[in-house]
Design a protein around this ligand. Structure first.
Ligand code: ADP
Length: 373
């Protein structure tokens, strides 16, 4: 195996003498050429993690390895990391060419080498025809390309992108996402991408580290993070509409096992018999809205009343109330019931996920698979 490009080892950052724990002991390995997204809500510790990798903040504890060597104590300029912020910081009074070459000129690189690198980056980013333009006249996504280009010419070992698309309009954002994917394929850079936007993370990353409250709740392939959430936070955060999550308890009756929460009762498949806690113990029941089927009264399942119907193009999100619990269901728009209809929900056993009511972890995954506590 080749050496990982970047390794975070039990990385921790405290502020205010330990009153604020911004990053609470995270481990992360990024392979060469891989694109990894740090995904999580505002305040979960993404920027602090990024700032420690770049060298703008020193960790309180733990280590950071780049190409197998610790970079703790190394000045930001010595880490060979390219950082692109959301607010670009492109010099608007300069031309595109000058923006791209400026850093290299200060670094004293020979003119011919500067010209070569600027030409290459411009070509790669579709900026060749804009080199003589003043940056002040560029649009948002062009500015963003200049910001990325300015970093690429320094030939960084790792490219860090901090919410790079959040200032762009929806259309430009999509175009830029395509652009970034194309770049990844072409130059094989190692990229770390910080975002609170799951669509961006899911469409760009090879692996996603989902963070909350300073911890990594799951670090895995994008499809696994969606299909097998390791932690109740990940289940609720990824997917739109998000997974239905209902707190309740386990009921055991001989070999039979079921989930119960007030009037809601769902029989559980036997695969849970060995991993679920004992009778009366707390669990969180999870099912994705697209996995539930709506049937008519008289069929077996969970009976409820449709409390809202929200059309979403070809689909509709139907909310069904059963007792004091609500479940969202995604159905083809043509099949949607009406508000007030009585329906029966069929919950396929294969798609049920159970989380511990005490640790919030997926009961079917071994603790080792699901990153730190
Ligand atoms: P994110 O980038 O995910 O929004 P941050 O890394 O900015 O999260 O912040 C993580 C937590 O650390 C937050 O609770 C934030 O208030 C706190 N924090 C960040 N920087 C500082 C600081 N310089 N002093 C005190 N607290 C900070």
């Amino acid at each position: 195996m080749t050496q990982p490009k970047l390794e975070l080892v039990a990385l921790r950052k405290e502020y205010d003498g330990g009153d604020v724990v911004a990053v609470d002991g995270i481990d992360l390995t990024v392979e060469r050429g891989e694109t990894v997204a740090l995904l999580g809500p505002s305040g979960c510790g993404k920027s602090t993690t990024l700032n420690m990798i770049v060298g703008l903040e020193e960790p309180t504890a733990g280590d950071i390895h780049i190409d197998g060597r610790s970079v703790i104590g190394l000045a930001p300029g010595k880490r060979n990391i390219g950082l692109v912020f959301q607010d670009y910081a492109v010099f608007t009074h300069m031309t595109v060419a000058k923006n791209l070459s400026f850093g290299l000129e200060i670094g004293g690189l020979p003119r011919s080498e500067i010209t070569r690198r600027v030409g290459e980056a411009a070509e790669l980013l579709g900026l060749s025809s804009l080199l003589k333009e003043k940056a002040a006249y560029l649009g948002g996504s062009q500015l963003q390309r200049v910001a990325i280009g300015r970093t690429l010419v320094t030939q960084p070992a790792i490219l860090l992108l901090d919410e790079p698309l959040s200032n762009l309009e929806a259309e430009a954002r999509q175009a830029m996402r395509r652009e970034l994917r194309r770049l990844q394929g072409k130059i094989g850079l190692t990229i770390i991408y910080v975002t609170h936007d799951q669509t961006e993370a899911l469409s760009l990353a090879d692996r996603i580290a989902v963070m909350s409250a300073g911890k990594i709740r799951q670090y895995d392939r994008t499809s696994t993070v969606y299909g097998d959430p390791a932690h109740v936070f990940v289940a609720g955060f990824i997917g739109s509409p998000s997974m239905n999550l209902v707190r309740g308890e386990i009921r055991r009756d001989g070999p039979a096992i079921s989930f119960i929460s007030d009037q809601l009762q769902v029989p559980l498949p036997s695969r849970f018999a060995g991993v679920a806690p004992g009778h009366g113990e707390p669990v969180i029941f999870g099912i994705r809205p697209e996995n539930i089927m709506i049937t008519r009264p008289g069929h077996p399942g969970v009976t409820g009343i449709v409390s809202s119907v929200e059309p979403r193009g070809p689909e509709a999100i139907v909310t069904v109330r059963s007792g004091n619990k609500s479940l969202d269901v995604v159905v083809p728009a043509a099949d949607r019931p009406a508000r007030g209809d009585e329906v029966v929900l069929r919950i396929p056993a294969d798609h049920i996920v159970l989380f511990s009511g005490e640790t919030d972890r997926n009961l079917s995954l071994s603790p080792i698979l699901g990153a730190a506590a």
